[in-house]
Design a protein around this ligand. Structure first.
Ligand code: 0L1
Ligand code: MG
Length: 262
């Protein structure tokens, strides 16, 4: 559906303020139950425009709800996407201030860095691999702006799929010769292994998630530009973090990446 422009802008402003002021808000669908997935992406785009107008550069995209358990939990059969701003990026091993976050959780992911533009429809794994510059292990920090991390599908899409921070590994690896499906990933928190998984947890292959992103963008007349970072989706469950925690993700043959929390 097409939502009144003033409702789109009000919802985007509310979510932006929640992020900036580090406070929870009520799901936007409580006040506006008519918001569907299409209208939710309109709100996400409005939020993106507000951040760009404030000088934030868009550096990439992310996929969310890419695992079967998460899709089942939300009662959907299609993942969702969001955008990554330069203000979301954290240097490998750097400190993240939890005072700037509401209720942070971390996920182990594989990030793609694109060498060529990709345009849908019809994007597939082969096209993604051919257009990829390199892959690195990543940690995505999600931080829903909604009370108790509870939302419905349109609400979480409008909230930029809970995107908050991300860190990339420092050792770029070419995709050629990598088996992304059996790629093993381990997440450690404070030196203890807390999650393990394999690339196949992401739609059978993380490159499949990137292809799906490109095809979903095409439905809204958009493309994935060269140079984009793409977080392909969680390989592990999301793990809550707090000040004092150290999180490290290791991907088989691809090195590690880490975040420290104060
Ligand atoms: O990156 C993700 O998979 C998160 C998508 C949004 C749902 C959530 O916040 O758990
Ligand atoms: Mg994620």
């Amino acid at each position: 559906m097409t939502l009144d422009r003033s409702i789109i802008e009000n919802c985007a402003l509310q979510l932006l303020a929640a992020e900036q002021e580090v406070r929870e808000v009520t799901r936007i669908t409580e006040a506006h139950p008519q918001i569907d997935v299409n209208a939710a992406y309109d709100i996400q785009e409005c939020l993106r425009g507000m951040k760009q107008a404030a000088g934030i550069r868009i550096v990439g995209m992310k996929m969310g709800l890419t695992s079967k358990p998460k899709m089942q939990q939300m009662g959907v059969d299609t993942p969702i996407y969001g955008f990554l701003g330069a203000d979301n990026a954290v240097d490998d091993g750097a400190v993240v201030d939890t005072a700037r976050l509401i209720h942070p959780k971390v996920e182990a992911e594989i990030a793609f860095v694109m060498r060529e533009d990709l345009t849908g429809p019809g994007c597939d794994v082969a096209k993604v691999l051919a257009a990829t510059d390199y892959v690195v292990p990543a940690i995505e920090l999600i931080d829903s702006r909604y009370e108790n991390f509870r939302f419905d599908l349109p609400s979480v899409i409008a909230d930029n799929t809970s995107a908050a921070r991300y860190v990339l590994g420092s050792r770029p690896t070419a995709v050629q010769g990598l088996d992304l499906e059996t790629l093993g990933v381990v997440m450690e928190k404070n030196g203890q292994v807390v999650e393990v998984g394999a690339g196949a947890a992401v739609l059978g292959n993380p490159a499949e998630a990137v292809a799906m992103l490109v095809n979903m963008l095409a439905e809204r007349g958009q493309a994935l530009p060269a140079g984009s970072v793409v977080l392909s989706g969680a390989i592990t469950a999301a793990v809550a973090v707090a000040a004092g925690d150290n999180v490290l993700v290791r991907a088989d043959g691809m090195g590690t990446t880490a975040m420290r929390f104060v």
